[in-house]
Ligand binder design. Structure first.
Ligand code: HSE
Length: 310
């Protein structure tokens, strides 16, 4: 058997977003991965991996996020065929904007299309999250959920799994700044505390609740005030050179919030498109890193849709 090639785009995503560790996520317009696949007789074959960081990505389908997630969907659907895959990374691995999540979600979504779209959203997200569990040192769906559903997503519970999607405000602009340092999610999860205090729990619950309200009502000032993290970003800050300086530069240039994207190293800044200029924030952070002798890539973008057929 050798079918037609099907191609999908899987976007970068921001996870955690202040108080929502392993809960909140948002899809970005760019960058994104492109994954192509066609039906073959059996098994999963990865015949090509290209793009930034491709040389670090395993081609063994049992160790590759695209392969693991696609295989989970084939199993779940009882498919009687396999898939040959080609992966074009647009999102560098170890970036903090859901590189492995985009691979996992893209692989799951592609297999879902080839199987005739038999799964519901929660089943599809969980197939992708299985890949995250293998490659990132813990089951978390806060990148794969927005990567599949688009917009802003909130995971109410992992067992049983329940996720909701909220349309973010049109006025919400996003600056992504990626300093030239690699931080693996496995490494960044290993430094987290095993327990949190009641004081921090109360702080997170209050900010998380207001953040969701702000997303729904389009209150960008409240959104900015609610992007607060007393536990996870402080525990990881030492892994990201000049994180606090980058956040301070963004805030001094009009950002509403500036914070660590996922497990880092990306520094994410929110701004109001109607009131601020994202390019100024991006230039400010890039120049700060240049002064320290470090390269930093930036994107001025916004929230976007989930995986889509190309
Ligand atoms: N919520 C996860 C973490 C996201 O922070 O470890 C990893 O991309």
């Amino acid at each position: 058997m050798s079918g037609k090639w099907t191609k999908v785009a899987a976007p970068a995503t921001i996870s955690n977003i202040g108080p929502g560790f392993d809960i909140f996520g948002m899809a970005l317009k760019e960058p994104f991965d492109v994954i192509e696949g066609k039906k073959i007789d059996k098994g999963i074959i990865i015949s090509e991996i290209t793009g930034p960081g491709a040389e670090t990505i395993p081609a063994d389908p049992k160790k590759n996020s695209v392969g693991i997630a696609a295989s989970a969907v084939l199993d779940k659907c009882g498919a009687d065929f396999g898939i040959e895959l080609k992966i074009k990374k647009g999102i560098r691995p170890c970036s903090g904007i859901g590189s492995s999540g985009a691979s996992a979600a893209g692989g799951a979504y592609l297999a879902h299309l080839l199987c005739g779209e038999k799964l519901n959203d929660a089943q599809l997200i969980l197939c992708a999250a299985m890949a995250e569990n293998v490659t990132s040192g813990g089951l978390h769906a806060d990148n794969v959920a927005p990567c599949i559903l688009g917009g802003f997503t909130v995971i109410r519970s992992y067992e049983p799994f329940e996720v909701i999607r909220i349309e973010p405000p049109e006025d919400l602009g996003v600056v992504v700044a990626m300093p030239d340092v690699l931080v693996s999610t496995k490494e960044a999860r290993a430094v987290l505390p095993a327990e949190v205090s009641v004081k921090d729990l109360v702080f997170h619950a209050g900010n998380a609740s207001c953040l969701v309200h702000a997303m729904e009502t389009g209150d960008i000032d409240l959104l900015g005030r609610s992007v607060k993290d007393a536990v996870f970003e402080p525990a990881r800050a030492h892994l990201i050179p000049h994180l606090k300086e980058a956040e301070s530069v963004a805030m001094s240039l009009g950002a509403k919030a500036s914070f660590l994207g996922g497990s880092g190293p990306c520094v994410i800044s929110f701004f109001s498109i109607s009131k601020h200029n994202g390019d100024i924030i991006a230039d400010g952070i890039r120049n700060m890193y240049a002064d320290k002798g470090m390269r930093c890539d930036t994107w001025v973008t916004g929230w976007g849709t989930g995986c889509r057929r190309l």
